[in-house]
Write a protein that binds this ligand. Structure first.
Ligand code: PLP
Length: 373
């Protein structure tokens, strides 16, 4: 076959295409944050993907270089060294841990081991865009419970939504994109109302940035509730989103189920080693996260001082509940070479370098003057 033949396609009538699952029509694809548009004379800032704008720690870079010769071999499928490091750091057993290709893979696997077309999954909305995707893909009935006006989970409504068919409840703390974290009190009250047979996935992708008083600490909650699974990641505070490493903390039977659902060898040796090095610099990672949280608090306060209604911000991002003005705000940022995340009901701005945040503050002030007088 010549190259021109290989690209020529005979039109195929639509009805003759392979049949795909009807469930695919029930949820949208994941849409990643856009890159910033180039504007002459302006440094572009990507504040649309909740990435960590800091460079990896020098020791992590060194580890990555040291593992550059690894690719001919499969990695350790059980991620033993990393699990040992995590077990020591978190105070859980090594058999209570699974390492996955980001928290994203864990989310997919958790959905697969709990849910199918006969079951129901409950999650808050707006929240992380993968929740409709993973639960929708297995055909589960999706119960999206709207957050309260202040961006917090409506735990009362979530508890009321539980039925005999409920197998999975997802909570996100701090919640992406609205920002608030669950308090220890409200989470414990909620869990007291959840049957022990229902798995509760507590997504703590941003836990390192949470600094509010009384915030729920997943490990404490996990210690008291055998049906809770923690989802964690090296993508945010550790700044290793490109390496795709996440982990789950769960009781052994759940871990055994997850091991059947994850992709074999899904996390590369380089990624495992880099994550372990980052873990060995845990104090530095937490220090950086605290610095970023301080920047976030100052940025959120500056927006509130302009008159914006900013919900409690506990992740590495701030939420502006702009409703139908979300597109106009995004456009105003695009014009200034800033990419933010327009999620229709509002705009999420990731914490990045200070000059980028200062530019957003200028845009926000001008936007208020134009749209709110
Ligand atoms: C709430 C939440 N959970 C999980 C993830 C998945 O992160 P990763 O797959 O990079 O670990 C993200 C990423 O943005 C997130 O916002």
């Amino acid at each position: 076959m010549t190259s021109s033949e290989s690209t020529a396609r005979t039109p195929v009538p639509r009805a003759a295409f392979p049949h795909l699952r009807a469930a695919l029509e029930t949820f949208p694809p994941y849409i990643p944050g856009k890159p910033p548009r180039r504007v002459d004379g302006l440094t572009p800032y990507k504040l649309s993907s909740n990435e960590n704008f800091l460079e990896p720690l020098p020791a992590v870079l060194e580890t990555m270089l040291a593992h550059a010769k690894d690719p001919a071999q499969y990695p350790d499928d059980s991620a033993l060294a990393l699990r040992e490091g995590l077990a020591a750091r978190l105070g859980v057993g090594i058999d209570e841990l699974i390492v996955t290709a980001g928290a994203s893979e864990l989310l997919v696997a958790l959905t697969q081991i709990t849910s199918d077309a006969t079951t129901e999954a409950i999650y808050p909305w707006p929240s992380f865009e993968m929740y409709p995707q993973t639960t929708g893909l297995v055909g589960a009935k999706r119960i999206e419970v709207p957050n309260r006006p202040d961006g917090t989970h409506d735990l009362e409504a979530m508890a009321a939504a539980i039925t005999d068919q409920t197998r999975l409840i997802i909570l996100c703390s701090p919640n992406n994109p609205t920002g608030p974290a669950l308090s220890d009190r409200e989470l414990r009250d909620f869990l007291a109302r959840v049957p022990d047979t229902v798995l509760v996935a507590l997504d703590e992708a941003y836990w390192e940035f949470a600094n509010a008083d009384g915030v729920a600490r997943g490990l404490d909650i996990y210690a008291d509730h055998a049906n809770v699974v923690l989802l964690r990641t090296f993508s945010k505070a550790h700044g290793l989103a490109g390496l795709r490493v996440g982990y789950g903390v769960a009781r052994e039977p759940v871990i055994a189920g997850l091991r059947k659902a994850v992709i074999p060898f899904g996390v590369t040796a380089l990624s495992q080693a880099a994550a372990l090095t980052s873990l060995e610099h845990w104090d530095e990672v937490l220090e950086r996260a605290a610095g970023l949280a301080a920047t976030r608090d100052a940025f959120a306060q500056a927006l509130r001082d302009q008159g914006w209604d900013v919900p409690q911000a506990q992740g590495n991002f701030v939420w502006l509940p702009l409703g139908e003005l979300s597109g106009a705000f995004e456009d105003a940022c695009v014009d200034q070479s800033i990419a933010v995340r327009n999620l229709e009901s509002g705009v999420r701005i990731s914490i990045g370098e200070q000059p980028g945040l200062d530019r957003v503050l200028d845009i926000a002030a001008a936007f208020r003057a134009e749209h709110f007088g």
